[in-house]
Design a protein around this ligand. Structure first.
Ligand SMILES: C[S@@+](CC[C@H](N)C(=O)[O-])C[C@H]1O[C@@H](n2cnc3c(N)ncnc32)[C@H](O)[C@@H]1O
Length: 253
């Protein structure tokens, strides 16, 4: 089963501190840019996008998963934020969006759910919905580092809800066909005894940074900025960061 069908589990590690950090990240990205409308083509439950609505940006979101979109709508409503949500595969954006935006984004390491060839086509679809002089944005894991280090085990800091401790462990398989499977194991402990386990498998297609940057240049993008994610860690060594983002400007003519 995919964790994107279990939004109760997906959002367990989210809290107000993370929300504030995402807001600060976007404030850094937006500085000096005319971005007042933004479509996130992999919005999920909105963790990486909703704070934008508090930064004078009209928000649009799409996703393949209806469960994720439903949760996103609830979270937006709870914060009294306005958002236009549509179910859409990001490989078929043209079917669901006719308008153009100041920025089209894909957040949360979502593009590598499809193959490298498909991602480059998705960049073209995103481009088709960006106004002249607007911006294309994506963030993702540092796949170059992942492929270099080939680590398999990731332990996240536990979170505590009432008297339950929630642990997330990820085990990553490097498949023979060069895809990767992330195995997500959530354990729920009460008084040092595991009382619940939830396991999910997600398939990824690692994509090297250069492939996407090359395609952006072919599409004519200028001012291509590759930044640490979150972007307010300005001095980070980009080879070593776990997560990065790219914001690039479409030519004005
Ligand atoms: C890791 S989650 C990120 C969600 C959100 N951006 C966040 O950061 O929490 C990946 C998201 O990509 C979506 N997704 C996967 N393949 C997709 C596709 N082909 N088109 C649109 N969304 C897709 C999933 O449904 C999921 O919501």
């Amino acid at each position: 089963m995919s964790v994107y069908e279990r939004t109760d589990i997906y959002d367990l590690l989210e809290d107000e501190n993370k929300y504030s950090a995402v807001k600060k990240h976007w404030a850094t990205i937006l500085e000096g840019k005319q971005i007042h409308s933004l479509l996130d083509v992999s919005i999920g439950t909105g963790n990486m996008t909703l704070p934008l609505a508090e930064l004078d940006v009209k928000l649009y979101g799409s996703d393949l998963s209806k469960e994720m979109l439903e949760k996103c709508a609830i979270k937006a409503k709870n914060r009294a934020l306005e958002i236009d949500l549509r179910k859409s595969d990001f490989r078929e954006l043209n079917l669901n969006f006719k308008e153009t935006f100041d920025c089209v984004a894909s957040t949360g390491n979502s593009l590598p759910h499809v193959t490298n060839e498909e991602i480059t086509a998705v960049l073209e679809q995103m481009d088709a919905h960006i106004r002249k002089g607007g911006y294309l944005y994506y963030d993702m894991r540092n796949w170059d580092k992942i492929l270099r280090e080939k680590n398999r085990f990731y332990l996240y800091n536990p979170v505590f809800k009432n008297d339950i401790r929630i642990n997330l462990t990820q085990v990553w398989d490097y498949n023979p066909d060069s895809s990767m499977t992330f195995h997500l194991l959530y354990t729920f402990e009460k008084e040092n005894v595991i009382i619940q386990k939830e396991q999910f498998d997600e398939l990824y297609f690692p994509v090297r940074q250069e492939i996407l940057i090359h395609r952006l240049k072919q599409l004519g993008y200028k001012n291509i900025q590759i930044l640490c994610h979150p972007a307010y860690f300005a001095d980070a060594d980009l080879d070593r960061v776990d997560w990065y983002c790219v914001i690039a400007q479409k030519p004005s003519c």
